[in-house]
Design a protein around this ligand. Structure first.
Ligand SMILES: [Zn+2]
Length: 82
């Protein structure tokens, strides 16, 4: 095995491991906390005494992770194809 091939193999193996690790993480933990309201689901008024529900996450305080969103899109396409 020549050095370039060995380097390419290590690179591909690393990328595959990272991708599979991220896919697994998105499967087990599909949500992240909302960056707008920091997971509280609330947006405080300037006085700080009143609040409204966060529009970004609709008051849930959670957002779907990018990897899971992509998976859901593909799952939807597959479902619609039948
Ligand atoms: Zn939010």
């Amino acid at each position: 095995m020549n050095p370039q091939l060995a380097a390419a193999s290590v690179l591909i193996l690393t990328l595959t491991t990272v991708t599979l690790g991220y896919a697994f993480a998105c499967w087990v933990w599909p949500f992240k906390s909302c960056p707008r309201c920091e997971g509280s689901g609330k947006r405080p008024s300037p006085s700080g005494r009143a609040f409204k529900l966060c529009r970004r996450c609709e008051g849930t305080g959670r957002r779907l992770r990018a990897g899971r969103w992509i998976y859901n899109r593909f799952a939807g396409i597959r479902r619609d194809a039948r």
